[in-house]
Design a protein around this ligand. Structure first.
Ligand SMILES: *Cc1c(COP(=O)(O)O)cnc(C)c1O
Length: 225
């Protein structure tokens, strides 16, 4: 499937103009497809399976910034710790602790986003407000991690008023937590918005969007998450 270069260039230009980071979600896509966007200047790519990200990172240019956007199991942190740019889905203090341990072993600091549960669906991962506060309060004990912001996924629904409300909830939590967040990349990060809802997310204050299908075409049917 050819990469949609025109869509990429247009989306990238619009987001750049607003100072919003575009993460190209390349899960299931070939290294060739990733290279096509790389050659157009794209450097931030998002993956949600550890093995897939490790293999791609080994073969593709070293200046790619790899974002882990999936559900990360503690026992797999070690594989991505040497190179991951941003772990977007922290959903427990236990995971943060594990990341801290492997960051230390690799002599680096790993940037993280806390994932917030904002959708109506049971299947989505993330913390509620109380768990967020707990994790934040422990973050000082993990010196090799930095909590740079929040990430969330809205419900899969065509009703954008629901999606908008969920993004507003996330933005409100983000604003409350701003004083405790580290400005890892010049400003705290609010990662929200995917192909179907990124325009709403941008209107509601997103600073980072994660877009796959609009750039690479639809994924294989039956592929979830
Ligand atoms: C797959 C995925 C995306 C991108 O989805 P598209 O609909 O293809 O844009 C964004 N965020 C997460 C966490 C994902 O798993």
């Amino acid at each position: 499937m050819p990469v949609n270069k025109e869509a990429y260039l247009q989306i990238k230009k619009d987001l750049d103009a607003r100072g919003i980071v575009l993460v190209a979600v390349s899960k299931t896509r070939s290294e060739e497809e990733i290279n096509e966007l790389y050659e157009l200047g794209q450097r931030d790519f998002g993956e949600n399976y550890v093995q897939e990200m490790v293999t791609k990172a080994a073969h593709l240019p070293g200046d790619i910034r790899w974002h882990f956007i999936g559900h990360l199991q503690s026992n797999k942190v070690k594989y991505i710790a040497p190179f991951v740019h941003l772990v977007q889905g922290i959903d427990s203090p236990k995971l943060l602790k594990e990341i801290n341990k492997h960051a230390q072993k690799n002599g680096r600091t790993i940037d993280c986003l806390l994932q917030v549960f904002i959708a109506k669906e049971e299947s989505k991962f993330g913390m509620d407000e109380k768990e967020l506060a707990e994790t934040m309060s422990l973050s000082g004990t993990f010196p090799n991690t930095r909590i740079c912001g929040l990430m969330g996924m809205a419900s899969f629904t065509e009703d954008l008023t629901i999606v908008r409300k969920e993004f507003q909830t996330l933005k409100m939590l983000f604003d409350q937590m701003q004083p405790q967040l580290v400005s890892c990349h010049s400003q705290p990060v609010l990662s929200m918005g995917m192909s179907a809802d990124y325009l709403v997310a941008v209107e509601e204050g997103s600073t980072m969007v994660r877009i796959g299908s609009l750039l690479f075409g639809a994924r294989e049917p039956g592929y979830h998450a």
